[in-house]
Ligand binder design. Sequence first.
Ligand SMILES: Cc1cc2nc3c(=O)[nH]c(=O)nc-3n(C[C@H](O)[C@H](O)[C@H](O)COP(=O)(O)OP(=O)(O)OC[C@H]3O[C@@H](n4cnc5c(N)ncnc54)[C@H](O)[C@@H]3O)c2cc1C
Ligand SMILES: NC(=O)c1ccc[n+]([C@@H]2O[C@H](COP(=O)([O-])OP(=O)(O)OC[C@H]3O[C@@H](n4cnc5c(N)ncnc54)[C@H](OP(=O)(O)O)[C@@H]3O)[C@@H](O)[C@H]2O)c1
Length: 448
Amino acid sequence: MNRKVAVIGVGPSGITALKNLLDQGIDAVAFDRNQDVGGNWIYSEDESHSSVFETTHIISSKTLSQYEDFTFDEFDPETADYPSHDELRRYFQAYASKFNLYPFIRFGTLVKKCQWIDQKTWEITTEKDGNENVEIFTHLVVANGHHWKPRYPQYPGEFSGDFLHSHQFKKAAPFKDQRVLVIGGGNSACDVAVETSRVSSKTAISWRRGYRIVPKFIFGKPSDKVAEQSKWIPPKIRMFLNSILLRIIIGKNEVYGLRPPTEAFGATHPTINDELLHKIRHGKVKPRLDIKRFEGKKVIFEDGREEEFDTIIACTGYWLSHPFFEKDFIDYSKGPVPLYLKMFHPEFQNLYFIGMFQPLGCIWPGAELQSKLMAQELIGKWKRPSNLEELCQKEVKNPHYNQIDTPRHTITVDYHQFVKDLKKQLPKEYISKKPILNKKETVNNEVE
Ligand SMILES: Cc1cc2nc3c(=O)[nH]c(=O)nc-3n(C[C@H](O)[C@H](O)[C@H](O)COP(=O)(O)OP(=O)(O)OC[C@H]3O[C@@H](n4cnc5c(N)ncnc54)[C@H](O)[C@@H]3O)c2cc1C
Ligand SMILES: NC(=O)c1ccc[n+]([C@@H]2O[C@H](COP(=O)([O-])OP(=O)(O)OC[C@H]3O[C@@H](n4cnc5c(N)ncnc54)[C@H](OP(=O)(O)O)[C@@H]3O)[C@@H](O)[C@H]2O)c1
């Protein structure tokens, strides 16, 4: 049987998966329901796969948010420290063009069902323009993203105003002169509150716990570059030192009327925002506690405060979702996620997950290294450990950070540790900047 690999998705993770497979002469094809490369970074005013909004800029800085095979300097040396969604979309599309990936991608194609047959066979059902097609592949690479299926909160009572999720938030303009309540303390919540506060009559932000707000710049440098200086220190100690530095720079949350953090730094996914604290101190965003219940347009908070709002925007995160698998085959939506290096399944050897981890940093540099390791295995230059099952359980039991048990914290990794762990498995010369030619003949694509 000839080896043939299917990749689901051509967002930042899927393109590097496809590139690194083709780079090793492996026969591969990628499917995406979108019409172009970029995934989450294809901003659209209508609801789509993407969850970015008009003004989104990334929160990890450019030199820690680039592929090693194609850096921002090679793309455009004038790229901002924190590129916008549009600069990123162009970067990902330039990557796909540079490495000649487009001929290997089937756009407008939804992967509906993936049926595992055996260790050499997948039956994949796709749909394009209403027509279904079933194809056999030997391997499956899942890179469908994990920030597109909204997770809604539940509260007693009923809210009679508009209730939406940050996935549906596209721009601030529709909220002009409205009373807006934003729920959450993650990056979406803080970004959305800042944006609506520019036009709303009132914006409040409800936190169910305290969070540390990390500025985008410290000492004039991107904060992740400053934090990188201490990457040799074990993550838990490093986080403790970071929390002290932050306290010196920002001060206590109470100064801003925000609830104080009760967890160690790193116990929740970090929130990086330069404007929220400024907006709070300028009276544009009002800090609020958790919601107790709704009564019409009235929101009753934990401390008994009652306040009316026209719109609530729940920035309460996303489900990990693989709708193309039967639920009794794979369902990671409630965790845990026992995968070695967040990519190798203990039982299904012809299945890979790429980009399905949440770093305290950027996703695609790690996805690039995962993709290289996958390709090394497929060409027989890397062998998975024989105690893979044990290693999967070890990863689940010994995460890089002790995080609080809420749904968003099932796939966290420390960026630097994860990159180090992956590089340890790769050959020295793993960077490959050559455009892909038609190299299918260069390796034996037969599956033994
Ligand atoms: C507002 C916002 C800001 C963010 N900022 C950052 C940041 O600063 N840094 C960072 O590292 N991460 C950030 N993220 C996380 C984001 O998930 C990653 O940046 C990145 O998009 C992950 O790439 P991916 O390829 O894994 O997934 P995605 O970008 O989500 O791409 C998945 C692709 O798979 C396709 N697809 C999915 N299912 C199917 C199917 N069944 N059939 C066919 N195609 C399918 C989709 O159409 C899409 O093109 C942010 C997320 C949000 C919501
Ligand atoms: N500018 C940017 O680059 C940017 C912007 C937005 C998002 N992102 C990224 O996108 C990803 C998703 O971020 P996100 O902010 O959308 O989601 P998230 O990180 O999952 O954060 C969700 C927030 O909502 C809270 N929450 C969840 N359920 C709740 C409930 N029932 N009641 C009250 N609060 C609840 C969570 O609290 P707990 O702390 O208790 O879990 C958390 O504060 C992250 O990787 C993030 O970094 C980046």
